[in-house]
Design a binder for this molecule. Structure first.
Ligand SMILES: [Zn+2]
Length: 136
């Protein structure tokens, strides 16, 4: 179970609710999650940007048994999504049947419920990917 306080969520909102990434002004590569130092060349000359959220599924895996607390998400599709800005990230793929997903499928970022904290009733939201408009 995720343990996050409302204050921590607020501090992390750029990453949780908008797709913030970094580009390196030295080597030109984009990477995620955004860091102050380039993961490719080590330069600290990086710039933070926000992604369009559009990309393609490069690879994916389907989990039929999900960790406790995530049981209602089964089958869970986890994809490696390459965003049009050139970086990749792992995320859940939603709104598509497991037998309909294909490598190269165009997807876009959507804000969806991640998990509900049973003790406090807090609902955590985060970025997932759904088939791009026109592909649903
Ligand atoms: Zn670099």
């Amino acid at each position: 179970m995720l343990r996050r306080s409302p204050a921590k969520i607020w501090r992390s909102r750029d990453i949780l609710y908008r797709l913030k990434y970094a580009t390196c002004k030295s080597c030109g590569k984009a990477f995620y999650p955004p860091r102050a130092r380039c993961v490719y060349c080590g330069s600290q000359d990086v710039e933070y940007r926000y992604s369009s959220g559009r990309g393609v599924v490069k690879e994916y895996t389907i989990l039929y048994q999900t960790p406790s607390g995530f049981g209602d998400l089964s089958p869970l599709i986890i994809g490696l999504v390459e965003l049009e800005e050139g970086f990749s990230m792992l995320a859940q793929i939603v709104d598509v049947e497991p037998d309909k997903i294909t490598p190269g499928m165009r997807v876009e970022a959507v804000l969806r419920r991640l998990v509900v904290d049973g003790s406090t009733g807090l609902i955590y939201y985060g970025i997932k990917f759904a088939p791009a408009e026109g592909m649903r």
